[in-house]
Design a protein around this ligand. Structure first.
Ligand SMILES: [Zn+2]
Length: 264
């Protein structure tokens, strides 16, 4: 009898909690376009009817999120084969980059242990990066001797119009404010410099199969491009990867062109 009562009470408060969450989210506008048109999609994900970005609600607190990731290390840090594969992928990407730009200054955002940076440095690039995992920052400094800054990009004081290339490899979907991240990239990059982006492409159906609790945002192919070009970047190269498990990933290069959305 008591068990039944407790279960009833639990179900009541659970439903009350979910309803309150859904109602309160409706009162909060989209985190990208600020329109008041988000609706529940799946689990803790909501979709904006206006810009169609998929967003996690509520957003995790930035400080707690950084603490949660304090020891996040890529499996490449422990496994030589995975490390080789990752560095081979980085090399492939850098060969494409060098079709557009000679080695210069490169910033790698969310660089983790610095595998991409290490390959770039060996090819003549002057590299610097950042990460919110203090474990990864220390690993990269110790194992590769790299210059890796600790912290969120928006907490760092970085030079404007300084870098030939900025790398956002599987990072934009993890950021609390993708629009701000893209604007900061735009500011950091020199005129005609390049932004490298790699991110998954998910729609309202595939998100249910490829849900990732660490992604704060998700987009499909068209919408991620629209978001990035809105800031003042122009797409100059693209590669679509269809994985065996059905997940689609996009690699793109953008050139800094036109006024940023800050100035429009
Ligand atoms: Zn929106």
């Amino acid at each position: 009898m008591l068990k039944k009562y407790l279960r009833l009470m639990y179900n009541f408060y659970f439903l009350l909690g979910v309803s309150f969450f859904k109602i309160s989210t409706k009162l909060h506008p989209c985190l990208i376009c600020r329109q008041n048109k988000v609706r529940h999609l799946f689990k803790d994900l909501f979709i904006c009817n206006d810009c169609r970005s998929i967003q996690k609600r509520p957003q995790p607190n930035k400080l707690l999120w950084r603490l949660k990731h304090r020891n996040a290390l890529l499996s490449a840090c422990f496994n030589k084969d995975i490390s080789k594969t990752r560095m081979a992928e980085a090399k492939k990407q850098l060969i494409v980059l060098e079709r557009f730009k000679n080695p210069g200054k490169l910033f790698d955002i969310g660089c983790n242990g610095g595998f991409f940076m290490k390959v770039a440095q060996d090819r003549g690039w002057e590299v610097i990066g950042n990460d919110i995992s203090i474990g990864a920052v220390k690993w990269g400094r110790t194992n590769f001797g790299l210059n890796i800054m600790y912290g969120y990009l928006d907490d760092l004081n970085l030079n404007s119009d300084y870098y030939e290339a900025v790398n956002l490899w599987n990072v934009l979907e993890h950021t609390h404010n993708p629009m701000l991240t893209l604007k900061l990239c735009w500011n950091m990059i020199k005129k005609d410099g390049l932004l490298m982006v790699k991110l998954p492409s998910k729609n309202r159906n595939s998100i249910k199969v490829h849900y990732d609790q660490y992604h704060l945002f998700e987009w499909n192919e068209t919408d991620s491009n629209e978001l990035i070009e809105k800031v003042g970047f122009k797409k100059i190269w693209e590669n679509i990867i269809n994985h065996k498990n059905g997940l689609t990933e996009i690699e793109r290069f953008y050139q800094k062109a036109g006024p940023s959305s800050n100035e429009k």
